[in-house]
Design a binder for this molecule. Structure first.
Ligand code: NDP
Length: 286
């Protein structure tokens, strides 16, 4: 018998790979699902550096690990190292999931956009992608995944506002007919927006959110924050104070983990209340 009763010579493994990664909630979510489903596998958090990332991935070819979720700052590097790329990862220009096939191939996917849409479906069920333009604040890796998913879901137009305008323009060039870059949101027609999404890291750790005038939004507009530490960011609190429907970053995190689990372990995750587990880990009341 093993010293660790749940780990045997048959136990499979997967991981999240990032830098930093020790704060990640992904092991909590995946291991809760694995335990409930009785799958003989573990899900770890592994840290590497940008310099070592390509070597680490090369060492994973052949399927010793089932696969890895990749997070900051590796999503674009991960895509470049894959042999087969899903349409949504190609559209996002970034991968958050690499599957290591036994024949040595690496398959890349991106479930971040699906996770974001799943979060909208759960927390803002009345919102429809076709109901109006969406504003994304930010133009980093998270914004990329969101942009591709929103467009493929039927959002008629996406506007981007980012501190570095050239980065937003680089993203807009991927979908020239659907995406425009705004210099400053306060001069724009905000009342037409069906949703505003914070995809910057502003608000992380309880700091100020993105500078944005929520008072000009339509009363049916939805406000989402991808930041989930704290769960109720200042941006979401202000939106709630205005009576707007809000969507939090934890719903997106869980939403991207579900399809990742299915690809890593071959079956959808069981029905476990992982949100309550994650809230406890974040020090929030479930
Ligand atoms: P990136 O580092 O790729 O991008 C960061 C973005 O934030 C850029 O648009 C950057 O602007 C902007 N930004 C950072 N600092 C400032 C500042 N001081 N003022 C104005 N803008 C700023 O990170 P990601 O896109 O990967 O992640 C963004 C956020 O989304 C993070 O908080 C991350 O935790 C969260 N996230 C949540 C997920 C979830 O499942 N809930 C999934 C993925 C990410 P610039 O281009 O000018 O530098």
């Amino acid at each position: 018998m093993s010293v660790f009763p749940n780990i045997s010579a048959r136990t499979a493994a997967a991981a999240v790979l990032g830098h930093p990664v020790r704060h990640s909630l992904s092991p909590l979510l995946h291991n809760a699902w694995l335990a409930d489903a009785g799958v003989d596998a573990v899900y770890l958090a592994l840290e590497t550096t940008p310099e070592r990332f390509a070597t680490v991935i090369a060492g994973c070819r052949g399927g010793l690990l089932r696969g890895v979720n990749v997070t900051i700052p590796f999503k674009e590097q991960a895509l470049a190292l894959a042999d087969q790329i899903s349409a949504r990862a190609a559209a996002a220009g970034a991968a958050n999931l690499l599957i290591f096939a036994e024949d040595g191939h690496i398959l890349a996917d991106n479930t971040d956009g699906q996770g974001m849409l799943d979060a909208f479906a759960r927390q803002a069920p009345a919102w429809r992608p076709r109901s109006g333009p969406v504003l994304i604040l930010g133009a980093g890796g998270a914004a990329r995944g969101a942009l591709a998913a929103l467009i493929s879901a039927g959002v008629p137009r996406v506007h981007l506002v980012n501190r570095s305008r050239d980065r937003a323009e680089g993203l807009a060039h991927l979908f020239p007919d659907k995406v425009s870059v705004w210099d400053r949101s306060e001069l724009a027609p905000l009342e037409t927006l069906s949703a505003v999404i914070n995809a910057t890291s502003l608000g992380l750790g309880g700091g100020d959110g993105p500078p944005f005038d929520l008072s000009r939004l339509h009363s049916a507009a939805v406000v989402m924050d991808m930041v989930y530490k704290p769960l109720k960011t200042r941006f979401l609190s202000s939106a709630e104070a205005r009576g707007l429907t809000t969507v939090d970053g934890l719903a997106m995190l869980i939403g991207q983990a579900r399809p990742s689990f299915e690809q890593l372990f071959g079956a959808p995750p069981p029905d476990v209340d992982v949100r309550s587990l994650a809230l406890r880990a974040l020090g929030e009341t479930p």
